[in-house]
Design a binder for this molecule. Structure first.
Ligand code: HEM
Ligand SMILES: *[C@@H]1O[C@H](CO)[C@@H](O)[C@H](O)[C@H]1NC(C)=O
Ligand SMILES: *[C@@H]1O[C@H](CO)[C@@H](O)[C@H](O)[C@H]1NC(C)=O
Ligand SMILES: *[C@@H]1O[C@H](CO)[C@@H](O)[C@H](O)[C@H]1NC(C)=O
Length: 505
């Protein structure tokens, strides 16, 4: 999600003339600030090495150049080779330190609010709302975060979300092509976008759990269509005049908020009519009853959770489907793990997965970690330096931007053997594992650690369970995840599936 946000600024570049003035203003203030800093210290700061690049645009074009998701890209490779893992640059019109260093990344995330602060491009606030968790800082952030964590608590995860995740998984998979006849995969039809299916799955799940909207209903479908327009705006430049993606997205935002608002009013009425015996156990109900948030705040909260919880986990799921197809040995081991779980479940006479079943999905967790390590759904985060920082001999001045690049650490050959290959076995407990050193941070860290990481893992694991038990799949045509810098399969990951029958049935 964060990486996606970065790309808003990518389109920005194509509209440079419009923003030149703003940037110029920024430039002069930054230069002035640095002068002040130097004077008071009476010593040249030892900035990380680097090159400023072109005036204004700096090195932004190079930084944002699309590259395969399983690599760090040539810009990063060349800069790290020349300057080391911490370097300075000029990106998105700001003086920036880029960190591919595991230690510094951790330091940045742990010192949120003290030395560094979350700082996404302002267009994010425009589109997700000023009360969105991604733009709030300080106490307001903590308050919203507490509500999200409550909604995603482990108690709710077991009792409510697990059955919901399984139900939505089965719903999506049941729409997949039926058992192929003996001619099987020779038919050219039957290919469909796995990425699209993954998005449908996570969207329906979030819409249900946030405001009890059921999949397939007219209202839910309308919301989903609006949401797609909305997403295109999130990844575009903040130019608000008729016809631009941003303008359309702001209209979609209004339409989406309209739907949520209607839901909210219905709920308020219902709550006053009936007594509390029969209520939807969703985030909307909770926010209305248990919090003192204003209507505007609730709207932004629901919208940003829909966004945060939908794009990332669907992409992770699509990546897992992709990596497993390329690695039949892992798919086979995964299938064996899930067959064992399914057999146990059958002998219990249970038709649904239990939390204990989920806890048995050990290799699955290795697959999930490896997918996130290699695929890097969230490539880097946006932060601002709020106090002068000294790190490993470098001075990092207040007012600069700093980008912890999680992907660069996850693909670092010094930390992971053969980092560009998919190897879930590296996560097996007896293998030496970089997670112990704290360099694996797919969900960020510190006070802004992803609130939905446990839900994300649950979604992927349960989906994979039913996927490997019921289907074999192959790519219908070559496709590969790219970083734009948000991660996307250009062709939508087209797959063809073949239904398999479970052993012993
Ligand atoms: C594999 C899937 C996911 C990945 C890789 C992921 C990654 C991240 C990362 C890196 C951040 C930190 C952003 C920052 O520090 O600037 C974050 C924040 C967040 N994520 Fe996720 N996420 C995933 C799934 C989810 C899901 C399913 C939800 C649930 C609803 C969710 C909700 C959130 C929220 C609410 C925040 C903001 C937390 C805060 O600011 O306190 N995420 N996520
Ligand atoms: C709540 O509903 C029950 C029946 O569903 C009814 O007997 C009771 O009087 C109601 N309470 C209030 C406060 O409306
Ligand atoms: C909600 O109430 C708490 C104290 O009960 C207060 O600190 C907080 O500012 C309130 N939030 C809003 C949005 O009014
Ligand atoms: C996966 O990564 C997390 C860190 O996000 C770690 O705590 C966990 O132990 C890892 N799981 C496996 C199976 O290695």
């Amino acid at each position: 999600m964060a990486a996606m946000m970065a790309s808003i600024t990518s389109e920005l570049l194509f509209f440079l003339p419009f923003i030149l003035l703003a940037l110029l203003t920024f430039y002069t203030t930054t230069v002035a600030k640095c002068h002040g800093w130097r004077r008071t210290k009476k010593k040249r700061p030892n900035l990380p090495p680097g090159a400023p690049g072109w005036p204004l645009v700096g090195e932004t074009f190079g930084y944002l150049r699309p590259h395969p998701a399983t690599s760090v890209g040539t810009f990063m490779e060349q800069h790290v080779a020349r300057y080391g893992k911490i370097y300075r640059s000029s990106l998105f019109g700001e003086r920036t330190v880029v960190s591919a260093d595991a230690g510094l990344n951790r330091y940045i995330l742990q010192n949120e609010g003290r030395l560094f602060e979350c700082s996404y491009p302002s267009s994010i606030g425009g589109i997700l709302g000023k009360w969105s968790m991604l733009v709030l800082v300080g106490d307001k952030h903590r308050e919203m975060r507490a509500i999200s964590l409550n909604f995603l608590s482990s108690v709710r995860l077991r009792a409510v979300l697990l059955p919901e995740v399984e139900r939505h998984t089965l719903l999506v998979l049941s729409s997949w092509p039926p058992s192929s006849s003996s001619s099987s995969s020779s038919s050219l039809g039957g290919a469909f976008s796995a990425q699209h299916e993954a998005k449908k799955f996570t969207f329906n799940l979030m819409a249900k759990n946030i405001m009890s909207m059921d999949p397939g209903e007219e209202e839910t479908e309308r919301l989903r269509r609006e949401y797609i327009t909305f997403m295109k705006g999130v990844v575009s430049a903040p130019l608000n005049f008729p016809g631009t993606a941003y303008w359309k997205a702001l209209k979609s935002r209004a339409a989406i908020l309209g739907v949520i608002e209607t839901k909210m009013e219905e709920r308020v009425q219902k709550m006053s009519r009936e007594n509390s015996s029969e209520e939807e156990d969703d985030l909307l109900g909770w926010a209305l009853k248990q919090s003192n948030l204003s209507k505007e705040q609730i709207l932004d909260l629901l919208l940003s959770l829909l966004f945060a919880g939908h794009e990332t986990s669907s992409m992770a799921l699509a990546l897992a489907i992709f990596f497993l197809e390329e690695c039949p040995k892992a798919a086979q081991e995964l299938r064996e793990e899930h067959l064992k779980i399914a057999r146990r479940q059958r002998s219990r006479g249970d038709s649904k997965l239990s939390w204990e079943d989920y806890k048995e999905m050990v290799f699955t967790q290795c697959v999930i970690n490896e997918t996130l390590r290699l695929g890097n759904v969230v490539r880097f985060l946006h932060r601002k330096v709020i106090r002068d920082v000294h790190y490993n001999g470098y001075d990092i001045p207040r007012g600069w931007k700093i980008l912890p690049v999680l992907a660069a650490v996850h693909l670092d050959a010094a930390l992971y053997d053969d980092p560009n290959s998919f190897n879930p076995w590296r996560w097996k407990s007896n293998a030496p594992c970089a997670a112990q050193t704290g360099s694996f941070m797919p969900y960020g860290g510190g006070p802004r650690l992803c609130a939905g990481s446990e839900l994300a893992k649950l979604e992927i694991a349960i989906f994979l369970h039913h996927l490997v038990l019921n289907f074999r799949w192959e790519l219908a045509e070559p496709d590969q995840a790219f970083v734009y810098p948000f991660v996307d399969f250009p062709k939508g990951l087209p797959i063809r599936v073949q239904r398999i029958t479970q052993e012993g049935e």
